[in-house]
Design a protein around this ligand. Structure first.
Ligand code: IPE
Ligand code: IPE
Ligand code: MG
Length: 249
């Protein structure tokens, strides 16, 4: 759970999220509406990602997780998958200067093992080059699935606790232990998860971390999103009462 920062809010004296996750959906439909190719939608979606990273940074957000490609998105045509992955690489190379100027830190969530080697190494390079920056942290969720993250966390944990006789040495597991083995355990859970393109589902995004996130669904396709839409969403967040299972004050 993030600290509530009351000062940077676009709406004074309302709670401001520390961590926002965005399910950037609707690139294909955006393109279809214009009789363009799905890949044109992804290209436009990339421009939006750029715009929203800048806007979020200006607003003083601490953590922004972008859902770029899910563990299920491999089901798409190979040409579309390759296009998306090549865009990510282009983005990382092109944005590094901007990240340096704004002291933004790049992080990664997901399973890197299944990514093409050149993309994995570009991500590692971006994470490494920016690791000392103290500005907003941008988490790229790429080949990311919430279930997959939990499975990998449990396997990491078992890998470290085993002393040979795995049956005997199986530990009893707590929520804190699983949290500690997720992809970025130092990053607070998202306060707010935005999904564009009007779909009411998680699509496997931050299943564990999002247990008490506030959700916001926008009907706009991702390529149409602007700073104004981000501000409106954050204003909406400011009106929510987060109870975490307790009773209203
Ligand atoms: C989101 O847009 C981008 C990814 C999932 C990679 P889509 O490509 O899912 O767009 P729609 O949902 O088909 O419109
Ligand atoms: C979620 O969008 C994944 C990303 C935005 C990266 P999808 O388009 O893959 O989700 P579904 O298939 O509509 O649930
Ligand atoms: Mg979609």
């Amino acid at each position: 759970m993030g600290k509530e920062n009351m000062t940077d809010s676009p709406v004074p004296n309302t709670p401001f999220p520390a961590h926002i996750g965005i399910i950037m959906d609707g690139n294909g439909r955006w393109a279809q509406k214009r009789r363009l190719k799905r890949t044109d939608g992804h290209l436009e979606g990339l421009k939006t990602a750029r715009r929203i990273v800048e806007a979020a940074n200006r607003l003083g957000l601490r953590y922004l997780t972008l859902y770029v490609f899910s563990t299920e998105n491999w089901k798409r045509a190979e040409s579309e998958v390759n296009f998306i992955l090549s865009l990510v690489k282009r983005y990382l190379v092109a944005e590094l200067d901007h990240y340096r100027t704004d002291r933004l830190r790049v992080r990664y969530a997901g399973d890197m093992d299944r990514l093409p080697r050149d993309i994995a190494s570009e991500i590692n390079k971006a994470c490494d080059d920016t690791k000392d920056y103290d500005g907003m942290q941008v988490v790229l969720a790429l080949n990311y699935g919430g279930r997959d993250e939990i499975v990998r966390a449990v396997n990491r944990m078992l890998g470290q606790s085993g002393d040979g006789d795995s049956k005997k040495s199986l530990p009893s597991v707590s929520e804190d232990m699983i949290s500690a083995y997720l992809d970025n355990p130092d990053i607070p859970d998202p306060d707010f998860i935005i999904r564009t393109a009007g779909e009411f589902r998680t699509s496997n995004f931050l299943l564990w971390e999002g247990a008490y996130s506030e959700y916001y669904i926008s009907d706009l396709f991702w390529p149409d999103w602007t700073e104004e839409d981000l501000k409106n969403a954050i204003t909406d967040y400011g009106k929510r009462e987060r109870r975490f299972g307790a009773v209203s004050k």
